[in-house]
Design a protein around this ligand. Structure first.
Ligand SMILES: [Zn+2]
Length: 238
């Protein structure tokens, strides 16, 4: 769409297309005076909000945001080269992978809710006066905190041990990521990993680490949601 706009402003395209913009196209071949001209396009006032999403307003907005040096390129070839360089700089090659982006469905929602402190876990409901009983509805022995649910609830011991061992195996598979996790013996570290992923990875400095993070998160999410599924915690208890 940038090439289209460049050609439109330079008069390379049919005149009827120029009706959509307020700057009249200059000559085909850039002279010194036209190069120094201003390539800002005055956005028009659109009465319907739906037309704001239409091609021209969108393209004009993106065009105006380009650096002047790119817009003022004297030839379409140089324009393409400078545009590519600009876009490569502007778009990070590896946008940071976010663990919570994987969440979907009721189990994914449940994990995010626990992380935010307002989930159906009894201790969290109790904190917000949404229940008068903070005790675990599975074992009824202890307050149902996130830590209790993931590590301390007696009827869930087998599943919890399996979860922890799967997490350890996963970290062995991804040693470079494991370095940023911390000591898994710490309940806080362990819980944080299950609920939020790895929060201390230096994304911007190491792009290969980012590419490893995606498959790591997929597996972590799979084994954590698998635990929740098998605890049947989201099913109504009779
Ligand atoms: Zn329990």
């Amino acid at each position: 769409m940038f090439i289209f706009m460049y050609k439109l402003l330079r008069g390379f395209l049919p005149a009827y297309l120029s009706m959509h913009i307020d700057n009249p196209p200059t000559c085909h071949y850039a002279t010194r005076s036209s190069i120094s001209g201003n390539f800002f396009i005055q956005p028009r006032f659109y009465r319907l909000s739906s037309s704001l999403n239409s091609f021209f307003p969108r393209t004009i907005k993106a065009w105006n945001a380009l650096p002047e040096t790119v817009k003022q390129s004297p030839s379409p070839h140089q324009f393409k080269v400078l545009l590519k360089l600009h876009l490569l700089k502007a778009i990070p090659s590896n946008p940071p992978v976010k663990y919570h982006n994987l969440s979907n469905g009721s189990i994914g929602r449940f994990l995010i809710q626990i992380s935010l402190g307002l989930s159906p876990l009894k201790s969290q409901l109790f904190k917000y006066n949404l229940t008068d009983n903070p005790f675990c509805q599975i074992c009824k022995l202890d307050v149902e905190t996130p830590l209790h649910y993931f590590t301390g609830c007696p009827p869930l011991t087998t599943l919890a041990v399996e979860l922890r061992s799967n997490v350890r195996l996963l970290l062995l598979k991804f040693p470079r990521i494991a370095r940023f996790v911390g000591d898994l013996h710490s309940n806080e570290v362990y819980l944080n990993l299950l609920l939020n992923g790895v929060i201390h990875v230096p994304f911007s400095n190491s792009s290969d680490l980012d590419t490893e993070l995606s498959p790591f998160y997929l597996d972590l999410y799979k084994i954590t949601t698998n635990y929740v599924f098998h605890t049947k915690r989201l099913l109504p208890i009779d």
